[in-house]
Design a binder for this molecule. Structure first.
Ligand code: NAP
Ligand code: FE
Length: 384
């Protein structure tokens, strides 16, 4: 029997058998070089005044901001620009953006950048429409749909352009937290690989590893379904090949950039249906307490997580096969080469991370879900 709960099907759907699924992906996606030039007139349907949300400076340098502004200018749509989104955006930043949106009367939001501005903008669209207080923010109880929201990714990693999630830093609980709601899928997304052309090598690697983590965790998740599997395996295969190229050279061709952005989009589609699993749950405290970049934090944990899972989950072999590998040790070597020197972390710190990660909601998506002891063992094996 399928379980649906009102408007929350996507978040509460319980997979009872491999052949049963609920698939929902309402975002209108344009993936092309010069996508905004060709299809920017679609923005007409979004509203009459835009709030453009970016990080500090990259959107100005990579051409994405200019393309969005040019599309808006052609349509005669006025805009305000909020450029204060930091990495791992805080709830406070979301409220700052909402204040500007309200003050200036913006009726739709355009997020440009990596996952941080995309997620902050996505949350702003929800908060602005519902006048949510901090206390109400993660309640999952929202009367109105978010303001129309358009995503323009400039990193190839989070897939936020195709998910109903916004990952925010909640300083009140001292961790990163997932704000998730089915109507938070972007209405539209413009993916132009040209914007990623000058993404630094390290950010390229970290974001690609985040994307791989999405598809890999999704494929191995207890929520995977038949329709998501080929998307996940295609993504793993594409990202695996690109990562092998990155391992040997920091010169990144246009073709590889294109593939990374495509693989990352597919990863977003995967986790929008499966959620993430214990890798993400365990990575968040590493980012919050040690400042380790999100994709890197996941990558540090992935080989040990596969080692843990292999005993119980025969599907690990499919993942290795898609990566063109036979053993987890080969994957471990690839990750080690890409990450370089690892952070030094103490045993006492691991106890803190375990205490935080064990109660994260996405732990239960892991198949099988690790116990507290397992979580500690994965951290120890990955970090010590
Ligand atoms: P990010 O934090 O958005 O950006 C990292 C850095 O890259 C920033 O310094 C940014 O500069 C720069 N940058 C962005 N695009 C660039 C470009 N084209 N060229 C040069 N530099 C560029 O990194 P991210 O890894 O994409 O996003 C991570 C966040 O997404 C985390 O908070 C993570 O938890 C979240 N996430 C969300 C989902 C989801 O489903 N919503 C999934 C996974 C992860 P500026 O600040 O100047 O822009
Ligand atoms: Fe992620």
């Amino acid at each position: 029997m399928l379980i649906f709960r009102g408007d929350h099907k996507l978040l509460t759907f319980a997979v009872r058998s491999h052949m049963e699924f609920f698939f929902y992906l309402p975002t209108r996606i344009y993936f092309a070089s010069h996508a905004l030039e060709a299809h920017g007139d679609e923005l007409k349907a979004m509203g009459s005044k835009a709030l453009i949300v970016t990080g500090r400076s990259s959107a100005e340098k990579n051409g994405s901001l200019a393309d969005v502004i040019s599309s808006l200018d052609k349509l005669g749509i006025p805009y305000e620009h909020f450029n204060e989104v930091e990495a791992n955006p805080s709830v406070e930043t979301v409220y700052k953006g909402v204040e500007l949106a309200k003050l200036k009367g913006a009726d739709f939001i355009i997020g440009i950048g990596g996952g941080s501005p995309l997620d902050a903008a996505k949350a702003m669209a929800l908060v602005a429409a519902n006048d949510l207080t901090y206390e109400e923010l993660f309640s999952g109880n929202y009367a109105k749909s978010p303001l129309p929201y358009v995503a323009v990714p400039t990193t190839a990693g989070t897939g936020s352009e195709a998910t109903p999630y916004a990952i925010l830093t909640d300083n009140r609980i001292g961790n990163k937290r997932n704000l998730a709601y089915p109507s938070m899928f972007p209405d539209m997304a413009f993916l132009d690989p040209r914007y990623t052309a000058y993404l630094p090598y390290e950010t390229t690697v970290n974001t690609a590893l985040d994307a791989l983590s999405h598809s890999l965790e999704g494929y191995l998740s207890s929520r995977v379904s038949r329709i998501v599997e080929p998307i996940a395996l295609e993504s793993i295969s594409i990202l695996g090949k690109a990562l092998k190229k990155l391992r040997t050279s920091d010169e990144i061709s246009e073709k590889v950039r294109h593939k990374l952005l495509y693989g990352s989009l597919l990863g977003g589609m995967v986790i929008s249906h499966t959620g993430t699993t214990c890798v993400h749950a365990m990575g968040y405290p590493l980012t919050y307490h040690k400042g380790i970049d999100h994709g890197r934090a996941n990558a540090l944990l992935m080989p040990a997580y596969l080692d843990f899972l292999e005993k119980y989950n025969h599907r690990v072999a499919d993942v290795l096969d898609s990566l063109g590998m036979k053993k987890i040790a080969e994957f471990d070597e690839l990750i080690s080469d890409l990450l370089g020197t690892k952070e030094s972390i103490g045993v006492e710190e691991i106890d803190l991370f375990v205490s935080i990660a064990k109660s994260a909601g996405n732990i239960s998506n892991t198949d099988p879900a690790p116990t507290e002891k397992d979580i500690k063992a994965i951290y120890m094996s990955a970090l010590l």
